[in-house]
Design a protein. Structure first.
Length: 265
């Protein structure tokens, strides 16, 4: 299988190197990644400056490797539409392994998740992978890389729904301490919105984002609860945001007395 790997931690991150090495043992791997960390970039794209691309000596195991000055979304978009040949077009896009969790509503800010979403928007099955850890040494990611290799075998024959990715979060534990896998829904928020007000050496006020971890009930069927219970969370996530069940009620309110057709008078 041909796999395009990208991330938001940058080309030098250990997570993308571990993932590339693990999957290259059984798959044809191409890497297109940002030249520096782009965490919390969301689904931004480069529109008003040139997007530069350079082919590098390949990451161990990759067939080809490129670095860009763009965002995670740029990497997947330009990778599929401009860099890779038709023969190299991926069967799967994987974003990660991210350094830190991507859980609950916080995925809205995640460059890792948005990177995978870009693949889904182009009709390619896509997976976002994160290690729920503050540690980022090479060996910290090795279990996650091995798990994803095994997961791909299990997914053989699984049909990814349109507009949908799988968001995977792996607890930062020893292999024997992983309690299993949970297929989950998104939790609410992983962190509170808290800002510390500080004064710099010149007497100017600045703010530092310093949210605190939020706990969820242990029996909740959410990604946050799963990781807190030492389980690997796999959450199907869609970028289809239309609330179709609301459309009828909204139409009745907004369009009564022919209000929605005022331009026809």
């Amino acid at each position: 299988m041909k796999i395009l790997i990208s991330n938001d931690d940058g080309i030098a991150a250990n997570g993308i190197r571990v993932l590339t090495q693990a999957l290259s043992e059984e798959h044809e791997i191409y890497v297109v990644a940002p030249d520096r960390e782009r965490s919390a970039a969301g689904h931004s794209l480069t529109l008003h400056t040139p997007l530069r691309v350079e082919e590098l000596e390949s990451i161990s195991g990759a067939k080809k490797t490129w670095v860009t000055t763009g965002t995670p979304g740029d990497c997947v978009k330009i990778g599929i539409n401009a860099i890779l040949s038709k023969e190299e077009r991926p069967d799967l896009v994987i974003s990660g392994i991210n350094h830190g969790p991507n859980l609950g509503a916080d995925i809205l800010y995640s460059g890792t998740v948005s990177c995978a979403m870009e693949g889904a928007m182009m009709g390619i099955p896509s997976i976002a992978v994160s290690l729920a850890s503050l540690n980022c040494d090479y060996e910290d990611f090795e279990y996650t890389g091995t798990f994803i290799k095994t997961m791909l075998k299990k997914l053989d024959g699984f049909s990814f729904p349109p507009k949908t990715i799988l968001n995977v979060n792996v607890p930062a534990l020893e292999t024997e301490d992983i309690a299993g896998i949970a297929i989950t829904e998104l939790g609410k928020r992983l962190f509170t919105d808290t800002y510390e007000k500080r004064i710099d050496p010149r007497g100017k006020v600045y703010y530092w984002m310093a949210g605190e971890l939020i706990s969820e009930p242990q029996d909740a069927n959410t990604d946050i609860a799963a990781v807190q219970n030492n389980k690997i969370s796999i959450t199907p996530v869609t970028y289809e945001m239309t609330r179709r069940e609301v459309m009828s009620d909204l139409n009745k309110i907004m369009c009564k007395e022919n209000f929605c057709n005022w331009f026809s008078d």
